[in-house]
Design a protein around this ligand. Structure first.
Ligand code: ATP
Ligand code: MG
Ligand code: MG
Ligand code: MG
Length: 476
């Protein structure tokens, strides 16, 4: 079954059961805790928080998601995309656990000829929160699951919460056993790649109070209206139904991977390192396309910086695979053609999207041309001297004179087995910032220090363009 069919089948199933079909929100979200929508429920948060009255009792959607926290996983695990689509069904004070579990089970195992996904019920495992005996009972009853395949887990994995005060409650997840070729036996607690999570059901049941972490807070009581939030990974279902080992091989992503392999003259499956790079390229090019389509532009901060890194990483991965010409003009149109049926705007806006993407690649190629030799020479020198760490001053020079963001220096040095003295680098960055501030103060008070050269550098590069991925978002 093609990804487009899986998407539609989900919406049809829930529409036939009284759910209003709600279109995906754009990826950049006004939610102050996030850069991008990272789950299907994000656009519905105000309803769950009780800040607005929902227009529906039941809704369903296929939401575009970007998870910055998963970017480093891409290509290494079999199941994490930086962009992915989350199919969801939602109940606002309407149905609860019993129906939510029954819907998820029914759609998963119903034969494909009858509108379901036709998964083998014998290979489905579920998790429940250890306190949630009710859900365990429902799984036994509705799905006839043996206790051995209903795994109890703690707060870390199976308890969800949002805001203080705000709704919280146990979750229950569905996993599919993909067989011994993909990992160790023993269920999802042992191996989450072999037993791949494909659907998460959240039961918003309680109100949480002030307190630390996931388990440290008190539960104030039952919510007046109980809600359901579920998320089924579209690409994960496609991976299962298309019989692929990983989500980068499904029909919306694989063609980009194939084109990248063709350009680089490598064969997918021949070398583990090259395979990871090919998957990164396929994933990142698609993510960049979807971010650009939704109006994010490459930049030095926040959303723009996530996009910039994603674009740069695709370009660098292609170089590492041996392809040194401009890559995006070859790859972006392939991603566009795959995504066009679900997202017509990627075609309508392609002139703008491609201008921005190709412009970014050109600028990055120029940066690499200028800085790579400097970096390589410095790294070689460190190694010749028997050292393990590139001095902070070198990293600062690369940043300041050659426009190499620190993360690029870190990444490229690490590839050659060398670390970077980050403390030294940060100290120099801070000193530069302090000089700029002093200069600004001096100018304000009529002082005459001539720091125009410094200013020019600062204007060209901005005060900072280093952010860890982790610093970009407060949620996964
Ligand atoms: P995992 O434990 O595998 O990282 P998760 O528990 O973080 O997944 P949820 O937050 O529960 O995922 O999201 C709901 C569903 O969205 C998951 O069951 C999965 O099918 C899908 N999903 C989550 N993250 C990704 C991703 N990075 N790429 C593709 N699908 C994803
Ligand atoms: Mg995750
Ligand atoms: Mg999980
Ligand atoms: Mg989950």
């Amino acid at each position: 079954m093609r990804t487009a069919d899986i998407r539609q089948r989900f919406l049809d199933y829930f529409a036939a059961r009284g759910h209003s079909v709600v279109p995906s929100a754009p990826l950049p979200t006004p939610d102050p805790t996030l850069l991008f929508v990272n789950a299907g429920m994000v656009p519905f948060k105000p309803y769950f928080a009780g800040e607005a009255a929902p227009r529906w009792d039941r809704a369903t959607s296929v939401q575009k998601c970007v998870r910055t926290l998963d970017i480093e996983e891409v290509g290494k695990t079999t199941r994490h995309g930086s962009f992915f689509q989350m199919n969801g069904n939602f109940s606002f004070g309407d149905y609860f656990k019993e129906e939510a579990i029954a819907f998820a089970w029914d759609l998963s195992v119903k034969p494909q000829t009858e509108g379901g996904y036709g998964l083998d019920p014998e290979r489905i495992w579920v998790t429940v929160h250890h306190s949630d005996t009710e859900s365990r009972g429902i799984w036994r009853e509705v799905a006839g699951l043996p206790d051995a395949r209903i795994v109890a887990r703690g707060d870390e994995d199976n308890f969800w919460s949002m805001g203080v005060p705000g709704p919280c409650g146990p979750c229950s997840e569905l996993y599919y056993d993909r067989g011994p070729a993909l990992g160790r036996e023993g269920g999802p607690a042992v191996d989450e790649d072999r037993y791949m999570e494909f659907w998460n059901l959240v039961f918003m049941q309680y109100e949480r109070g002030e307190g630390p972490g996931k388990s440290g807070y008190p539960i104030l009581g039952e919510l007046p209206r109980r809600n359901i939030d579920t998320g089924m990974g579209l690409e994960r279902m496609a991976t299962l139904l298309q019989g692929k080992d990983n989500l980068y091989e499904t029909d919306e992503i694989r063609p980009v991977l194939d084109r990248a392999a063709e350009l680089a003259g490598v064969r997918y499956g021949a070398d583990a390192g090259a395979d990871v790079r090919l998957r990164v390229v396929a994933d990142h090019v698609r993510t960049a396309l979807m971010l650009l389509a939704d109006g994010t532009a490459p930049g030095n901060e926040g959303r723009g910086y996530v996009l910039r890194r994603i674009l740069r990483r695709s370009v660098r991965s292609m170089r590492q695979l041996g392809f040194h010409d401009p890559a995006l003009p070859e790859l972006l149109p392939v991603a566009r053609d795959r995504m066009a049926p679900g997202y017509p705007d990627v075609v309508e806006s392609f002139a703008r999207i491609s201008d921005q993407a190709y412009g970014e690649e050109d600028a990055f190629r120029a940066t690499l041309r200028q800085g790579t030799t400097v970096l390589d020479t410095a790294v070689a020198e460190v190694r010749r001297g028997g050292g393990r760490s590139l001095p902070g001053a070198q990293a600062f020079l690369l940043h300041d004179t050659y426009g190499f963001p620190i993360d690029l220096t870190l990444e490229m040095a690490a590839e050659q087995g060398v670390e970077v003295d980050r403390e030294g680098f940060t100290a120099l960055m801070n000193a530069q910032r302090e000089r700029a501030r002093a200069d600004a103060r001096a100018r304000k008070s009529g002082g005459a220090a001539d720091t125009s050269a410094l200013r020019a550098i600062l204007d060209a590069h901005g005060p900072t363009d280093w952010r860890a991925w982790e610093g970009l978002t407060t949620e996964s």
